[in-house]
Design a protein. Sequence first.
Length: 278
Amino acid sequence: MLNTVYKDAIKNRDQMLSVLKGPKFEQILQKAKENWIDYSPTKKQVVTAGVDSSFNNTKFQGIELWAVTAVSIKSNGEVLVDRHDSGLGSDIELSRIASKMEIEACEQSVDLVDLVLMDGSLHSQFMTRQSSLDTAIVKAMKKNDNVIFISKTSNTKKQFERLGSLAGDIFYYNHVTKNPGFSKTFVEKKYGRDKIISSTFVRLSDSTPIIKLEFLGENHDQDEIKSVMNKIFTNSVGGYPYALKLAHNNCKISDRELSKMVSLLGLSNEVGSREVLG
């Protein structure tokens, strides 16, 4: 069955990929080139913290075992904040708990370091059910103006939508340059006056992946973008901030770790726990 699917995909490769480009592909690429500013960052010594959260759960016999963690960690490996919670229940809003913990970790970090890097998208924060936490994250970001959201992937299609773009904005920037630099700041005001987002796509060094930076507010000029690039470039690996890599590794809850919790709680002896342990 899968072999047939693979063969059909190879046979129709060009036709499938043509959907990504669309009729105005070259026009969009030209616009992306005009938006891109070449800039090679230089290292600027600052103290940086990465903030990330994770959650996992497993269900058996009508009940759910869950665990949530959030961490703030400096580029040198020093843990500033370590938050965690777990329990048994049903219909638990794990994503909201994780977001709340992330914001709390951010709040505790803004006075301890020069720059706080939040994993993920500020857009997602404002758009999803975590929006009830908007006031808290806005307050944390405004306190010292040293909080930035960073994402490795982006599905936003705002910058080229008037040209009929089909793929995300990041797709077109990846096609027009492999050089370090950044895109002109794009400002969105749809969430309200206090929740304006300025975003830019950034590449820290040659041929590394593009990342997306999101700032709160609209007054972020090119000099500020360059300064931020210098700061995060100092402790980056493969074009990505090392503090965020450490945060991800330190907060991740794997299925194996969840299975260990099952054993520690004595749930592995319960009828039906086989599905928990896989």
